[in-house]
Design a protein around this ligand. Structure first.
Ligand code: SAH
Length: 352
């Protein structure tokens, strides 16, 4: 469960906890991830984890065509913005923009990204992008075509624990430079979904106020300006109990409370909570659909065959990539796609 404090952010968190007492899991996750993403490019084989756009160009292309299809059926408005939240290396955007261009869609490009290192990587692939720290910086003048792939899972979750004395905040303590999770202040039952209120002691329930706030702000913009968003991530349809906080380093799971800032901390995304924000803003909501089914409905198999026919030497690699993206044992079922679309825009493709 424990390790020594080795990094700058670990030492800072340890001092903070010694001074003021344990901090919430959400605060721990927020500070650890801010340091993590600001100090490295974590993606790819040489990094800590691999995402769908880094597996194959087919992923970004299909996302781009999904957006282009929505735009075409909305009457091809001349002024429109491509927006990506947490674009990683910019690979998805580059593939999506190329596919969009092939059907006559050339939007302005806006990236919401906090990491200076990843901004530099994104600039290599999409030099004409405009960067923003937060959604509030996005322009107000045109429809937004938004992509968020493996973005929401990186946002901090709050964890609430059932105890014999009621529900408590799950917190992180630190003794002799060793971080451990524990039980903190009591929280009102009104914070919990009714269905989970009577859960057994030890049950953990997560929520992400940060994810909900960002989704609400984005939804309000789409309702106001037109357009739509596709959110793809690993997650579930709440309400559900369970501790999904995980740390990934060098493609292996690690203890989330050791070495803060040195591995990727994520939590599964509650798609029900995001859909609720979309609906309250007046958006049409489709999904979540399993990533595999969504990609297949958009033509993954056809795209894979076309690529393999054009480059027979790498046909086996392409088949492997298709399976990693859509196979039920791979990313096909755990990962899900949720669409949030302006009320006066067409119904999105790919949902049954
Ligand atoms: N979408 C990319 C990268 C996923 S990793 C892909 O699929 O490959 C998560 C991304 O979100 C990184 O680019 C990270 O720097 C960014 N990020 C994490 N927290 C953020 C925040 N609070 N605001 C903006 N970007 C954030």
């Amino acid at each position: 469960m424990a390790d020594t404090v080795k990094t700058g952010i670990g030492a800072k968190l340890a001092r903070e906890i010694e001074r003021a007492g344990p901090i919430s899991v959400a605060q721990f996750m927020a500070e650890a991830n801010a340091h993590y993403y600001a100090t490295r490019d974590p993606l790819g084989v040489a990094g800590d984890f691999v995402t769908a756009p880094e597996i194959s160009q087919m992923f970004g292309e299909l996302v781009g065509l999904w957006l282009a299809d929505l735009w075409l059926r909305a009457g091809s408005p001349a002024n429109v913005h491509y927006v990506e939240l947490g674009p990683g290396r910019g690979t998805l955007a580059a593939d999506a923009l190329r596919a969009m261009r092939s059907v006559g869609l050339t939007p302005q490009v806006h990236f919401v990204e906090t990491s200076p290192i990843l901004r530099a990587a994104q600039a290599e692939r999409v030099p004409h992008a405009i960067w923003h720290d937060v959604i509030g910086g996005l322009p107000h003048d045109a429809a937004l075509l938004v992509v968020a792939n493996e973005f929401f899972d990186a946002l901090p979750v709050r964890q609430l624990v059932a105890t014999d004395l009621g529900w408590r905040e799950r917190v992180v303590a630190c003794t002799d430079d060793v971080f451990t999770a524990g039980v903190g202040e009591s929280v009102p039952g009104s914070l919990l979904p009714e269905a989970l209120l009577g859960a057994a002691a030890g049950t953990i329930v997560e929520s992400s106020p940060a994810a909900r706030a960002i989704c609400a702000e984005l939804s309000a913009r789409i309702a106001d300006q037109g357009g739509g968003a596709i959110v793809i991530d690993y997650g579930y349809q709440g309400p559900a109990a369970g501790d999904t906080l995980q740390a990934m380093r060098d493609h292996r799971y690690a203890d989330p409370f050791t070495n803060p800032g040195e591995h990727d901390l994520t939590a599964h995304v509650d798609f029900t909570a995001l859909a609720r924000e979309g609906r309250s803003a007046g958006l049409k909501v489709a999904g979540p659909a399993a990533q595999g089914e969504w990609l297949e409905r958009l033509g993954l198999s056809a795209r894979a065959s076309a690529l393999a026919a054009a480059r027979p030497a790498v046909a086996a690699e392409i088949a492997l990539a298709q399976d990693r993206l859509a196979g039920p044992e791979q990313m096909g079922i755990l990962f899900k796609a949720l669409a949030l679309v302006a009320p006066d825009w067409p119904d999105p493709e790919g949902f049954a």
